[in-house]
Write a protein that binds this ligand. Structure first.
Ligand SMILES: *Cc1c(COP(=O)(O)O)cnc(C)c1O
Length: 351
């Protein structure tokens, strides 16, 4: 830190991403990437002359990508915003909707929410989840501030139903309710079809998990056109060309490859079911995850020790050294073969 850094930023603790080792020696189950490649249409879209076209700026309005997303989600293009990863969209939304009255989110959730709140000097009301990591809905009635919920939640994988979200939206109609749907394609229900019911519901999704494009950095939001224009106001005040040309093309091809990705998601869900059951058979407690990961703890193995022992054996998982969940590890669902290796290694460690 230099002596020149603003005092407000001094106190921000940046987000700690999962490890991204640059050698290929690990079975990598720590950052919820897909084990499968993007659809063949994506590979086609970014070959050929497109690299030459990098001399040109990208379309700041992302018209082709937005209309492809709009077509698939059955909304008009004005209902769609695209960002450089959904993290950028979350950042913009906190800035747009949290500053005046603050923001509320659960204690156990995506760690970036607290970082964005600190970064923008936004008051955060952190609402503890219940003992079993479910939401106490009474705590979310009429909060008088923006609400941000991951559905399914991270890192527990536990999903909310549309009617549970409805309850929160209906008592908070004077503020934005942001639903972060990074994992929605693995089994939860999206709020996107319900965004037309009111002007405060914003669904945010990413290409990083179910669409195998974490490295391309692409996310989108769907909501009332006035919300979308707020987000564009921030985009055009900071970085108008926020999504690069190759990613725009890849994103368009991917969203139009619905059948391919549906199959990949089904594979992952199948392996998730198998993995959760196998872990239970080894004595793990596992949450009811609707995401592309499981969240597990074992009474005989502290969470940090499990993480380290797996790493020694070439398997990376995610451990969060924070209150309430430090005995858990979040394990991404890889290929079935990778999960079988994981379970075999765990069996050896435990027996
Ligand atoms: C992975 C993740 C994101 C970020 O996705 P990017 O599009 O890669 O920025 C956002 N929210 C949650 C809950 C996530 O797990």
């Amino acid at each position: 830190m230099s002596k020149f850094l603003s005092r407000q930023l001094e106190s921000v603790s940046p987000y700690t991403p999962g490890e991204q080792p640059q050698d290929k020696g690990y079975i990598k189950l720590n950052t919820n990437e897909s084990p499968y490649p993007p659809s063949p249409a994506v590979l086609q879209a970014i070959q050929s002359g497109e690299v030459e076209n990098l001399r040109l700026y990208s379309d700041p309005e992302a018209r082709r990508l937005k209309s492809a997303i709009a077509q698939v989600y059955q909304v008009a293009p004005e209902w769609v915003f695209v960002g450089n990863g959904s993290d950028e969209i979350l950042n913009f939304a906190f800035q747009a909707y949290g500053k005046d009255d603050g923001v509320a989110f659960p204690d156990i959730t995506y760690g970036f929410y607290q970082v964005f709140a600190d970064f923008h000097a936004i008051q955060a009301q952190v609402i503890p989840l219940q003992e079993n990591f479910s939401i106490d809905f009474q705590e979310y009635e009429g909060l008088g501030k923006m609400v941000c919920l991951a559905n399914p939640n991270a890192p527990t994988g536990i999903a909310l139903t549309p009617s549970q979200i409805e309850r929160i939206v209906q008592t908070n109609l004077d503020h934005v309710v942001l639903i972060d749907e990074a994992y929605v394609d693995f089994g939860a229900e999206s709020v996107v079809p319900l965004t037309q019911c009111d002007d405060s519901r914003l669904g945010v999704q990413t290409y990083s998990k179910s669409r195998s494009m974490a490295g391309a950095r692409l996310g989108f939001a769907i909501g009332n056109p006035q919300l979308i224009s707020d987000l564009m106001r921030i985009q055009f005040s900071t970085n108008p060309y926020n999504v690069n040309r190759l990613t725009l093309l890849a994103g368009e091809a991917a969203v139009l490859s619905g059948d391919y990705y549906q199959k990949m998601c089904q594979e992952i869900v199948k392996s998730r079911t198998w993995t959760a059951l196998s872990l239970k058979n080894l004595g793990f407690s596992v949450t009811d995850s609707q995401a592309n990961f499981v969240f597990a703890r074992h009474d005989k193995l502290p969470g940090d020790k499990l993480y380290m022992e797996l790493k020694k054996r070439g398997i990376l998982v995610r451990h969060f050294p924070v209150p309430r969940i430090s005995n858990y590890n979040r394990i991404t669902i890889g290929t079935q073969k990778e999960m079988e290796t994981l379970v075999a290694v765990l069996q050896e460690m435990i027996l």
